[in-house]
Write a protein that binds this ligand. Structure first.
Ligand code: AMP
Length: 264
């Protein structure tokens, strides 16, 4: 396994693999790696000749500086996890190398970026998509791996890749959960023991809702979920929406596959 810290070096190495006819998989992360990330790496190892894991805490997707500085950084442990998962390259670009002081170009996915989490964090998705586009161009990835834990992010990147004719195929990966049902997340580090416990209710409530869908109408399911979510100790519901799985429009009677997105 090789660690690369320089953008030009990454491009050079990746281009050599392209010339050799290797298929390249990219797993973009912000570090603080856990089993969720490992599952993405494992999927790339299965599909691709070469697996690149990028670790970059992206300042452009944080609204407040403080959050950016607070984000967990565990680079030594991350490198070990990458090694255990037989990663070929760990790409750790610096902020200065990623963004020149004169950086002026941003990528936006209209509409999709403005709903759900985008309503609460303006320019959040623009920051993510801009960096992902850059990482695709630095890694020459044939496939990019994204967790369905961040479903809106996955949909936005999928749309961007289609609209901009990227040859990188976007591969969705299932959510890896704690035994309690809580989705594993680097951001769970911020939770106190009590908050962690309270968060376990979210997956339980959604699991119950997935059974209700079979017998009840959408509005009933939504209202019953909202009622339950509001009872989570210290929780404040930002949104709870039932959406079309394909395009994130509001789901209706005839929607064939739905996603229930909640933020608390
Ligand atoms: P992050 O480092 O949090 O930006 O996540 C990097 C990638 O790993 C994203 O595509 C996430 O959706 C994915 N990911 C993070 N946690 C999980 C999880 N528990 N299950 C599946 N994918 C995950």
């Amino acid at each position: 396994m090789r660690i690369i810290k320089n953008v030009l070096q990454m491009q050079k190495v990746a281009l050599n693999h392209v010339k050799n006819g290797d298929k390249i998989g990219l797993v973009p992360t912000m570090g603080a790696l856990h089993e969720g990330h490992s599952s993405l790496i494992a999927k790339s190892k299965k599909n691709d000749d070469i697996t690149i894991v990028s670790i970059f805490v992206n300042p452009m997707q944080f609204v407040v500086d403080e959050d950016y500085l607070k984000y967990p950084r565990t680079i030594e442990k991350d490198v070990e996890i990458c090694r255990k998962n037989h990663t070929d390259y760990v790409f750790v670009p610096t902020v200065n190398d990623m963004f020149s002081v004169n950086h002026k170009t941003f990528v936006e996915v209209k509409t999709l970026q403005d709903i759900l989490c985008g309503k609460f964090r303006p320019s959040y998705f623009r920051g993510i998509v801009t960096v992902v586009v850059k990482l695709f161009n630095m890694s020459y990835a044939d496939r990019g791996y994204f967790g369905m834990k961040d479903f809106q992010q996955f949909k936005i990147i999928e749309k961007m890749a289609k609209d901009l004719n990227f040859r990188t195929k976007i591969i969705p990966c299932p959510i890896v959960r704690e035994r309690s049902g809580l989705a594993i997340s680097s951001e769970n580090y911020y939770l106190s023991i009590e908050e962690n416990k309270a968060s376990e209710n979210i997956s339980r409530i959604l699991k119950e809702a997935s059974k209700d869908f079979k017998v009840k109408d959408l509005n009933f399911v939504k209202e019953s979920v909202l009622d339950k979510l509001k009872k989570i100790p210290d929780g404040k519901v930002d949104y709870a929406e039932i959406l079309d799985f394909n395009d994130l429009s509001f789901a209706g009677k005839n929607t064939r596959k739905v996603v229930f997105a909640v933020a608390i």
